[in-house]
Ligand binder design. Structure first.
Ligand SMILES: NC(=O)c1ccc[n+]([C@@H]2O[C@H](COP(=O)([O-])OP(=O)(O)OC[C@H]3O[C@@H](n4cnc5c(N)ncnc54)[C@H](O)[C@@H]3O)[C@@H](O)[C@H]2O)c1
Length: 322
């Protein structure tokens, strides 16, 4: 099979690219390297199964050309990261809405199967209990840039779903919950690499808010295996699946675990959301995935612990000389 991976030089995309090439598939990567990085795919360049295009999903002609060359599209490209979304809401919306529409329109013209990467952000502030695929979305005002990513990803899902139900396009949807691991950068506000980097440097770990808010973290290798299990199963067409790890930890607990595991002299520093992201920022207290649907359909479940995650990120940052 030959896959087009939009965002294939990014964090999840580059691990997916490695996995597809390792199993003998061909890949075409389309990435504008905005948050992705050429280093992530350096080892793949030169492999005859791999082609890389530095370009945008907003470039309709390029998307059209590339979709026509492949058997299957995996759409991961997006403007991501809380800092990006809050700082550049218009550009982020354009990429996350128009970019996905381009990919779907072109895929429909060529009748190519598409997998769209969505996000647990679509659930917004709904965080009381584990979230299953039918859980409600509870989001704040559309005028708050914080929620524009959630809005765009939700509309992407609807677009994908209706291309399936109205036009018969084979579309699959996955909702990634916090995915972490090597190659993820802390500069876009991703908490685990930010903590690991600070701990390695002996600098304070900035915990936003009370630190009592909890999160679950899934190793990127597990997330990629989850995505592949969805793509490889015919029953998953026209469906959406949560992909995440359901082990829950508070953000302060995470900071403590990172410091202890790395034997770091770092301290924990509390910072208000306002200082971190500006006035009016809203966050959710809990976000736990219910992954029973994907388990029942494809048999996938995450296998890597938080210790493995911290260890792998620290190893990566040490190797990168950070
Ligand atoms: N990492 C997570 O925890 C997480 C959680 C939920 C959803 N997701 C989704 O998974 C996908 C991959 O995210 P990631 O964590 O690997 O982030 P990432 O930033 O590493 O990957 C996104 C990639 O898209 C590329 N990109 C951005 N705009 C583009 C454009 N206009 N044209 C072409 N390429 C463009 C970036 O350069 C980058 O390589 C995204 O759709 C994201 O919304 C990720």
């Amino acid at each position: 099979m030959k896959y087009l991976i939009t965002g294939g030089a990014g964090f999840i995309g580059s691990h997916l690219s490695d996995a597809l090439v390792a199993r003998g598939d061909g890949i075409v990567i389309l990435d504008n390297l905005s948050t992705g990085n050429h280093h992530n795919i350096e080892a793949l360049i030169g492999n005859e199964a791999v082609t890389f295009y530095n370009g945008s999903i907003l470039d309709r002609d390029l998307v059209s050309q590339l979709v026509s060359e492949v058997d299957h599209v995996i759409h991961l490209a997006a403007a991501v990261g809380v800092f990006n979304i809050v700082d550049k809401p218009l550009e982020s919306l354009r990429i996350n809405l128009n970019g996905t529409e381009n990919v779907l329109e072109v895929a429909a013209q060529c009748n190519k199967p598409v997998l769209i990467a969505s996000s647990s952000e679509i659930y917004g502030k709904n965080g009381g209990r584990p979230l299953n695929e039918e859980s409600d979305r509870i989001v704040g005002s559309p005028l708050k840039s914080r929620w524009s990513y959630s809005e765009a990803k939700a509309i992407d899902e609807s677009l994908g779903y209706f291309y399936f139900s109205e036009k018969g396009l084979p579309v699959r949807l996955v909702r990634f919950f916090n995915t972490v691991g090597p190659r993820q950068v802390g500069s876009y506000g991703m908490v685990v690499p930010r903590f690991v980097e600070a701990a390695l440097k002996g600098e304070p770990l900035d915990v936003y808010g009370t630190g009592e808010q909890s999160r679950c973290f899934c190793h990127v290798a597990d997330a990629v295996a989850g995505l592949l299990s969805v793509i490889d199963s015919p029953e998953t067409i026209g469906q959406v699946y949560n992909i995440g790890n359901d082990y829950e930890i508070s953000v302060e607990g995470l900071a403590k675990a990172v410091i202890a595991q790395l034997g770091s002299p770092s301290t924990i520093k509390k910072k208000s959301y306002e200082d971190a992201y500006g006035a009016g920022f809203e966050d959710m207290q809990r976000r736990i995935p219910d992954i029973s649907k994907i388990k029942a359909t494809t048999g996938w479940a995450p296998t890597r612990s938080l210790e493995v995650i911290i260890n792998d990120i620290a190893g990566y940052l040490n190797n990168a000389g950070l």
